[in-house]
Write a protein that binds this ligand. Sequence first.
Ligand code: FAD
Ligand code: NAD
Length: 472
Amino acid sequence: MDRYDVVVIGGGPGGYVAAIRAAQLGLTTACIDAWVDAAGKPALGGVCLNVGCIPSKALLDSSHLYETIGRHTKDHGIAVSGLSLDLPSMMLRKDKVVRTLTQGIAGLFKKNNVAWLAGRARLLGDMRVSVTDRTGAEASVITASHIIIATGSVPAALPGIEIDNGLICDSTAALAFSEVPRRLGIIGAGAIGLELGSVWRRLGSEVVILEALSEFLPGADFEIAQAAAKELARQDLAIRLGCTVTGVTVNGTDLRVAYQKDQGQHDLAVARLIVAVGRRPNTEGLGLVECGINLDGRGFVEVDDRCRTNLRDVFAIGDVIGGPMLAHKASEEGMAVAETIAGHATEVNYACVPWIIYTWPEVAWVGQTEQSLKTNGTRFRRGVFPFLASGRARAMGETGGLVKILGDAESDALLGVHIFGPNASELISEAVIAMEFGASTEDLARAIHAHPTLAEAMHEAALAVDNRTINL
Ligand code: FAD
Ligand code: NAD
């Protein structure tokens, strides 16, 4: 029976990063992963690389380019004619991006001496793990000094709505449509609904998103959410809030979604429907309960602040433990756990996890929102700067959105940074680093920002905290 210092179950951004870090620290490491790609081949990278972050961003970038060429080049004095969409080629490009990256992880495993065991893992107790192949036959049993569970999550379903990945789809099928649906319905205006809604709208669908909550993006700062809602509505992404879906009927190709809104019953006819109402932990068949590992009321693996389960040498990371279901959060936990196992003292700073929604403009934030500070009774000062007043944003023709900075009223400590704007996903890193280093808004205001850049909007928003913006 093979024995490893560390056995990681799951090869997503949590698991593969944990495995590489453990191996870098001199621990003998194996990573068991059950993913197989559309061609039936084992592939590392989990949801993120195969059907999540990467393919969605490939399509977001392609569709953004298509829309920019179709609608926005005229303002720059560039006339384009004969523009057409070649969806199969766009999909092939996306698949190639995915393949290159997943194969890259296999290369990294080889380089770092991580044993990749393709198959499904099940805990047998006494730190033994069985690995079965796709036929369900047991391929091997290995033992581990430490186990890291990184099995991720799967799409949540709605009662009474069967996802068949024909007309009614989850996010995975929605990344691979063979034609642009004329009218696309989406249930859920979260990250997936907004990102995939943006992709298909740009490519020509009429998109209607039905959201149960009456508030748009409640996790974001309200001012940013308001600005995003206004801009997305201007782009004809129809987001209907406060909708309770009561049923979905399919009759041949006739697909109808019945929902209640404002006490009225409505009926939405669509060509396809994406259900994007969150994700649930993936623990099925893992043998956790049989081994005495505690799950919480919603099925997430229970861990302490070092990602340790109730069994001393079994850790869990990423989507399967809940909290923000984000790839970078999973990876940070993976690194921290590998280092903890190797005897280093490391922990994840959950206060500095950035959130991004890749609409265009993009939504990005880190830290507390204005509404959460008010609820906590924290006294704060705020500075806001619109991209309309940024020279670089004007040069780019990207003047929508704003930066908002929140600082503690007494200490001036940076409490939150919120952006709706071009390249917000990149701009937010400055705020993450500043907060990680315990910076004040004054520190941001005193740092020299190159001109002309979008980052100057961060600088001006920091100056605005003290009512001393220059360019507004
Ligand atoms: P996963 O990536 O889910 O990987 C888990 C792996 O474990 C899988 O390969 C699975 O096959 C394997 N596994 C499960 N059970 C077993 C078993 N018993 N034996 C062996 N292997 C097993 N996050 C971002 O931060 N940014 C984004 O832009 C972003 N975009 C997204 C877009 C979409 C459409 C989706 C669906 C998600 C997106 N996410 C994004 C979320 C992100 O993908 C997840 O947070 C991330 O993948 C979680 O990583 P993980 O390692 O915990 O698990
Ligand atoms: P989500 O939690 O972001 O959004 C789900 C939305 O569906 C919520 O607004 C919720 O109120 C709504 N909803 C729930 N039940 C409903 C119902 N019955 N009717 C109508 N609306 C309903 O989840 P998601 O968009 O499915 O994404 C899943 C996970 O993947 C998230 O945790 C997200 O963080 C992650 N993800 C991240 C990114 C990113 O970082 N850019 C992109 C995609 C996905």
